[in-house]
Design a protein around this ligand. Structure first.
Ligand code: DAH
Length: 343
């Protein structure tokens, strides 16, 4: 009995001297004292050697010892858990935060905004229309009646539920919507997304962006058109750039023209971008066809007007020498990052 008592004392002291400060040390403590082969179990086994009259006393002593060991273990375990929590909660708020990269505008948006601001300075206001259009606004009213061969110039996505509906192939449809409102004179630009049934490649895409321009008033002439576009080109590409007009055909304008600018890469000397001609085409334009005015109930004897339409992707490609149209819709950050402060 005496021996048992001193043994318990010795273990208690040993235990108190053990300071488990992490989970591994705690586990080692548990195995040594409280495990199935631990010292507490072993010393409990001594009960069989205790004289019968001392058994009760010894039983109490051993029980207390067991509780002592368990409580010590529980105390150390709680302390370790607390330290872990405390560590998690310790955030040094004086440290600088992780830098968040700053976003930037998409190059198409930047050029879109610049085009708008140039024309706004000339008194044009912005008009928008739906991307799902009807046949009348996209084709028929623009002097492109059903079965007109010029409809082939623009491969069209039709909407299966309604044969009259399509995805607009150009923003010229917005001209019609605005003219139909009957408020004259009219001076608008119409930016927006357009769709064509094209195979995607470096030079063609099934969707892209256009800006349409329209000016209808009394006595508007081709000279007004040229001067307006000349101003635009100078503001967009700089004052060294030259322009030229080539006769062309669009059903909605008469006469019609395409406008070229002198090549920005070689300055007109001839290079691969301008196919050695020194010129690159940037837009289509012309005087609004009288049929188009009449389709919108505008008196074509009293009013005349000019119109033009350009692709935003094309302008952006020329400005920044981008050679593949697909880059604009893939949204690869390595590409987009190069434009963060371009304009
Ligand atoms: N709508 C034409 C196209 O998408 C572009 C265009 C050409 C618009 C001449 C015009 C214009 O307003 O006068 O190809």
């Amino acid at each position: 009995m005496e021996q048992l008592l001193s043994q318990i004392q010795q273990y208690k002291q040993e235990m108190l001297a053990t300071k488990a400060t992490n989970k591994d040390e705690l586990e080692a403590f548990r195995i040594k004292y409280l495990g199935t082969k631990g010292l507490v179990k072993t010393i409990m086994g001594e009960m069989k050697n205790v004289a019968p009259e001392k058994k009760k006393e010894a039983g109490q002593l051993l029980n207390e010892f067991k509780i002592f060991a368990e409580e010590l273990y529980a105390g150390m375990s709680a302390a370790i858990d607390n330290t872990t929590t405390v560590q998690v909660q310790t955030i040094d708020s004086s440290l600088p935060g992780d830098p968040l990269p700053l976003g930037g505008r998409h190059p198409i948006s930047m050029v879109h905004n610049k085009i708008i601001s140039i024309f706004q300075r000339l008194g044009f206001s912005v008009a928008e229309g739906p991307e799902i259009e009807d046949d009348w606004h996209n084709f028929t009213a623009l002097n492109l009646p059903e079965n007109h061969p010029a409809r082939d110039m623009q491969d069209t996505f039709y909407i299966s539920q309604n044969p009259d509906w399509l995805l607009r192939t150009h923003t010229s449809s917005v001209q019609i919507r605005e003219m139909e409102k009957g408020v004259l004179p009219l001076r608008i630009i119409c930016p927006g997304r357009v769709y064509r049934n094209e195979t995607i490649s470096a030079r063609a895409h099934c969707f892209f962006h256009q800006v349409e321009g329209l000016y209808i008033a009394e006595n508007v002439s081709f000279a007004d058109l040229k001067q307006t576009l000349y101003f635009f080109v100078q503001e967009m590409f700089g004052d060294k750039v030259k322009i030229r007009f080539r006769p062309s055909y669009f059903p909605f304008t008469e006469p019609s023209a395409e406008m070229d600018i002198s090549c920005l890469i070689c300055g007109g000397e001839g290079c691969s971008v301008c196919k050695r001609t020194g010129w690159v085409e940037i837009l289509g334009c012309g005087m609004v066809h009288p049929n188009v005015l009449e389709n919108c109930n505008i008196d074509s004897k009293k009013y005349t007007g000019f119109a033009f339409g350009m692709g935003i992707e094309r302008i952006t490609m020329l400005l920044y020498q981008v050679k593949d149209l697909r880059l604009f819709s893939e949204n690869d950050l390595r590409f987009l990052k190069q434009f963060t402060s371009a304009i």
